[in-house]
Design a protein around this ligand. Structure first.
Ligand code: NAI
Length: 483
């Protein structure tokens, strides 16, 4: 049975609703359920203490219970202040118990956290009861965007330096909150994060932005433990980022505004995996879609897919809907928003909120922010013109809707579970670096999702296999193949 300090969620009475949706989701997540069946006996994650930082949704609940079914102990937080589905969080905490006597898994997450609360939750998710060796941390991290990994790394770095740097005035509010957490922790225990980092066997990272952070740390030699880049499994980024956003972008815009998308002009900034899904979904609704890009290859792809490619400046005054999907910063600035049409809609689907200059918008003289409903705000400029900003610039598909649907997340999360098993059970095969899963496992993830869609695969004959230089049972493509 959990004690109240083992969790913090919005409302445990939502657990029954959460459980019903988790049950429906399980049927739509055949990859995860197949992995549960495959490893039920072997229990490969027995002894693993997994700290997870990933949107606490219904789909993530199925992931959490899969890790637990494979023997892991788990603690969870969301990786975004708006992305938690409170009924899913409640169901995970209650588990086989009741709202009065919860007996499930510790979760620290609710929809609409403040930045202070967000980092408090992340800290709690990384703070385990001492299991005898004096270390109060996890031995595995499952991350989305890299915040949990960053906390351990920055904590270790500042402990080694003996001090946390002062926040510069230019640093974001979030960075200031983060530094003050570490300042407090350093005052309490000057070796906490170092000890935690030393015990971690590895991290599996979900998204493009988090993966980017990992490769930078590996390059500069500061990475403390091995990492598996789950994002770049083909069955993750070419499915979740693309088809997932194709579904959930439109869902977020609809739930937030219910504006008719057909006939409108929509701008998608970035034509990577996420941008491709976004552009297709807006076109599917009848919008005329314009893409912005910096990469000539992606710009050419957009053009050949039939989209106009322009600069934001060219179209900022005439488009109706703007979506950022770059994983980069400073994409739509305050001056851009001031130049938009009345009631233009602005949203971001990239991992962090710095794609849209929310801080700059708040500083525009005379601007007034009004809440229409949670995660939907109008910003009215001094001249009376208003724009609509979704989820305060944070990822709108999780802030305004419920993120990607189960079936596509089953692909992503099956990669996550396989990556956790790899790093936990074969630690010595992974010296500190960033890895992607081998292609045969990527193909396995896809295979686990074919029956549910009625897909019938063609079998290679041995003669055909040798003609194209592959084994009959795969892998079917060389490493350099791009899908
Ligand atoms: P990607 O790297 O495939 O695509 C990003 C594209 O943006 C690139 O083609 C790049 O050239 C372009 N870009 C960069 N700077 C630009 C600029 N100033 N103007 C226009 N284009 C620019 O990355 P991916 O996988 O598409 O991910 C994008 C973001 O979405 C990341 O932050 C990722 O973590 C996040 N993500 C969000 C999901 C969600 O559910 N909301 C799901 C998956 C990823």
């Amino acid at each position: 049975v959990l004690t109240p300090s083992d969790y913090k969620v919005a409302d445990l009475s939502l657990a029954e609703f959460g459980r019903k949706e988790i049950t429906l989701a399980e049927h739509e997540m055949p990859g995860l359920m197949a992995i549960r069946a495959e490893y039920a006996q072997a229990q490969p994650l027995r002894g693993a203490r997994v700290s997870g930082s990933l949107h606490m949704t219904v789909q993530t609940a199925v992931l959490i219970e899969t890790l637990a079914a494979l023997g892991a102990e788990v603690r969870w937080a969301s990786c975004n202040i708006f992305s938690t589905q409170d009924h899913a969080a409640a169901a995970i905490v209650v588990g086989a118990g009741t709202p009065e006597a919860p007996a499930g898994i510790p979760v620290f997450a609710w929809k609409g956290e403040t930045l202070e609360e967000y980092w408090w939750c992340t800290e709690q998710m990384l703070r385990w009861p001492d299991d005898g060796d004096g270390v109060t941390g996890p031995n595995m991290i499952l991350d989305d965007g890299g915040d949990a990994t960053m906390l351990v790394h920055k904590g270790t770095e500042f402990e080694k330096a003996g001090a946390v740097p002062d926040a510069a005035a230019s640093d974001s509010e979030e960075w200031q909150v983060f530094l003050s957490l570490l300042r407090r922790s350093l005052a309490e225990d000057g070796n906490r994060w170092t000890a935690v980092g030393e015990r971690i066997k590895g991290v599996t990272e979900e998204t493009t932005t988090g993966v980017h952070r990992l490769y930078e740390m590996a390059k500069e030699g500061s990475l403390l433990f091995p990492a598996i880049n789950v994002n770049d499994s083909v069955t993750k980024s070419k499915f979740d980022n693309k088809y997932g956003c194709r579904h959930s972008l439109i869902d977020g815009i609809n739930r937030a505004t219910d504006v008719l998308i057909g006939g409108k002009v929509a701008v998608v900034c970035g034509y990577g995996d996420v941008g491709k899904g976004c552009a297709e979904s807006l076109r599917g609704q009848g919008a005329r879609v314009i893409v912005t890009e910096v990469d000539p290859i992606c710009a050419l792809q957009a053009a050949m897919d039939g989209f106009q490619v322009a600069t934001l400046q060219d179209v900022v005054g005439s488009a109706d809907i703007f979506v950022t999907a770059t994983g980069n910063k400073d994409i739509i600035m305050a001056a851009d928003m001031a130049a938009m049409k009345h009631q233009a809609i602005v949203g971001n689907i990239g991992h962090f909120d710095n794609e849209i200059d929310m801080a700059g918008l708040a500083k525009v003289p005379g601007v007034v922010k009004t809440e229409v409903k949670p995660q939907v705000h109008t910003w009215t400029f001094a001249d009376g013109k208003t724009i609509i900003v979704l989820s305060e610039g944070r990822l709108l598909n999780l802030g305004n809707a419920t993120g990607h649907p189960s079936f596509v997340m089953s692909n992503s999360f099956t990669n996550q579970v396989i990556a956790q098993i790899e790093l936990f059970t074969k630690t010595e095969e992974y010296p500190i670096d960033v890895y992607v899963l081998p292609k045969h496992l990527d193909e396995k993830v896809a295979r686990l999702h074919l029956d549910a869609l009625g897909v019938r695969l063609t079998q290679l004959t041995p003669d055909q296999a040798s003609y194209i230089g592959v084994a009959v049972e795969g892998p079917y493509k060389p490493e350099h193949y791009r899908y």
